[in-house]
Design a protein around this ligand. Structure first.
Ligand SMILES: *[C@@H]1O[C@H](CO)[C@@H](O)[C@H](O)[C@H]1NC(C)=O
Ligand SMILES: *[C@@H]1O[C@H](CO)[C@@H](O)[C@H](O)[C@H]1NC(C)=O
Ligand SMILES: *[C@@H]1O[C@H](CO)[C@@H](O)[C@H](O)[C@H]1NC(C)=O
Ligand SMILES: *[C@@H]1O[C@H](CO)[C@@H](O)[C@H](O)[C@H]1NC(C)=O
Ligand SMILES: *[C@@H]1O[C@H](CO)[C@@H](O)[C@H](O)[C@H]1NC(C)=O
Ligand SMILES: *[C@@H]1O[C@H](CO)[C@@H](O)[C@H](O)[C@H]1NC(C)=O
Ligand SMILES: *[C@@H]1O[C@H](CO)[C@@H](O)[C@H](O)[C@H]1NC(C)=O
Length: 446
């Protein structure tokens, strides 16, 4: 099965890309919404949010028609001209060599296992009880009739996962900052974490700041925060505004994580992801020392490798593993083509009610060259970064996506309504659901 997808698709077919744009666009609306909701709740505006807000207001005065230069990349940035990527690398060589051979393992691989139906111990929380639930992920609220998707427990082969215990997790977080950094999938995991954790904190002892590049949940009694930073391409890019993204022309600064990393310095536990934003065709590179606004155009895998390398450089020189824990969450699978798990069918994840049972099933949405590239990089950082390898386990969960059961902000045509799979979201995950298990793995590994 794995071989089958190996050579073919390095790019998603056009239709998938269009669909993907559609989903990303709808996130845009969702985020606005999220902002409104949490504005009301905001009891304690904090320094960082205020600072970001000021920064935003300030730069909005001055960005009309700004050309990309060594200055700030934002959604108005454009390339002056574009040439082909010349293949230069930005890995700092010294640590690249130090591929220390560690002999870990006889411990159990918690990422290899199966989903077991269990309506006693899962879900770990109620969708409607969680005040931080997103309308993009609240599938039951938006009419999903079958609720079995909430009742699957992850059972590793050969051992058990640590039982989720919110109080114990808060004890681990006491006096600390936990930050999720990444795209909307990572945000889903952050919301899942809030829902898993919030019930044991009294209402007057918790707060959340409005949507900004950094959103912060605070639990007073524990002096702890659980934060989300929007950084879909990890490095600095013209898509770094969490509300107004650029999708048509993605420009990254492959040699700078600075815009985001200034927040990472004082965080105790960092959870990164990045994948789907790279999967929409070529990406433009604008190096920091480029004075004339000339971009290079790179294939998505090369561009992602550059971004991951720059991230790795930061980790290598800034992470002391006795003080800071870093996790990387592998790619989240999509279920856009039902023919991949049920040959002869034409649909997608819409109307799927049970997980795939075929052990080792691997769909075309999970790109193996990307996995190998990520594997190579994190392997070199083994002493500083742990992988949360969610890909295989999530591949089985064709039933776990919102499909049509989420809020859509744009109206749908009669043709779409007649064919629900045409507007199904088979990328994100319903909550309670699959991301709860990703967090359980994080809990297990902490
Ligand atoms: C506006 O941009 C110009 C040049 O790009 C810069 O010199 C100036 O300081 C900026 N002003 C503000 C208010 O950001
Ligand atoms: C759990 O599932 C079993 C088998 O499908 C069913 O008989 C039972 O009523 C369910 N219990 C709850 C609490 O939903
Ligand atoms: C969810 O809510 C229902 C009804 O409000 C309640 O019976 C159930 O115990 C709740 N489940 C959890 C996990 O809190
Ligand atoms: C959860 O953890 C707390 C603190 O470690 C402990 O006191 C409690 O008994 C645990 N609860 C369960 C259900 O295991
Ligand atoms: C709260 O946690 C921060 C680190 O996140 C620490 O600097 C600060 O001293 C803590 N405050 C108290 C009162 O423990
Ligand atoms: C764009 O290119 C032209 C011609 O090469 C150059 O004169 C101009 O300064 C460049 N603009 C920027 C913003 O780099
Ligand atoms: C994640 O697990 C899959 C198998 O399930 C494996 O092929 C892949 O190499 C792993 N990725 C990383 C980065 O460890």
């Amino acid at each position: 099965m794995i071989q089958r997808w190996h050579k073919k698709k390095t790019q998603l077919p056009l239709i998938a890309i269009l669909f993907f744009l559609f989903i990303l666009c709808s996130i845009f609306y969702n985020e606005r919404r999220f902002q409104q909701i949490h504005h009301k709740e905001n009891r304690k505006p904090n320094d960082i949010a205020t600072r970001n807000h000021l920064k935003k207001t300030f730069s909005s005065l001055n960005r009309t028609g700004s050309k990309a230069s060594a200055g700030i990349l934002d959604r108005f940035s454009t390339c002056n001209s574009t040439v082909k990527y010349d293949g230069r690398s930005n890995l700092n060589a010294p640590w690249l060599q130090s591929d220390e051979q560690e002999n870990t393992k006889d411990s159990c691989n918690v990422f290899s296992g199966r989903w077991v139906f269990d309506n006693i111990s899962v879900p770990l929380y109620n969708e409607s009880d969680c005040p931080y639930m997103s309308d993009q992920l609240a599938c039951h609220k938006h009419g999903r009739p079958d609720l079995m998707y909430q009742n699957w427990r992850w059972q590793p082969h050969g051992c058990d996962l640590k039982r989720w215990n919110a109080t114990e997790m808060w004890d681990k977080l006491r006096g600390k900052r936990l930050m999720f950094v990444g795209d909307s999938l990572n945000r889903g995991q952050w919301i899942s974490m809030l829902c898993l954790l919030e019930s044991v904190i009294p209402a007057n002892k918790k707060s959340i700041t409005p949507n900004a590049p950094l959103t912060i949940f605070r639990a007073e009694e524990y002096n702890a925060t659980v934060e989300f930073q929007w950084a879909p391409l990890i490095v600095e890019s013209n898509s770094d505004d969490p509300v107004n993204h650029r999708l048509d022309e993605r420009i990254i600064r492959p040699d700078s994580v600075l815009r985001h990393a200034s927040e990472w310095d004082h965080v105790d536990i960092l959870v990164f992801n990045s994948y789907l934003w790279w999967r929409q065709g070529p990406v433009k590179l604008l190096w920091s020392n480029e004075k004339n606004g000339v971009c290079e155009e790179a294939e998505s895998l090369d561009a992602m490798e550059l971004a991951m390398s720059e991230w790795a450089n930061w980790i290598e020189s800034n992470v002391d593993p006795s003080k800071k824990k870093v996790f990387f969450v592998t790619m989240s699978p999509t279920h856009l083509w039902s023919r991949e798990w049920e040959p002869g069918t034409e649909g997608n994840c819409y109307n799927e009610k049970t997980p795939i049972e075929d052990e080792g099933y691997w769909g075309s949405g999970s790109d193996l060259p990307t996995m190998r590239m990520v594997g190579n990089i994190v392997n070199k950082l083994r002493s500083k970064v742990s992988v949360i390898n969610i890909t295989q386990m999530s591949e089985y969960r064709k039933d776990g996506h919102p499909s049509i059961y989420r809020k859509f902000w744009e109206s749908r045509s009669p043709e779409q309504l007649a064919n629900p799979s045409s507007y199904s979201d088979c990328i994100h995950w319903c909550l309670p659901g699959v991301p709860d298990v990703w967090n359980q793995l994080l809990f297990h590994l902490l």
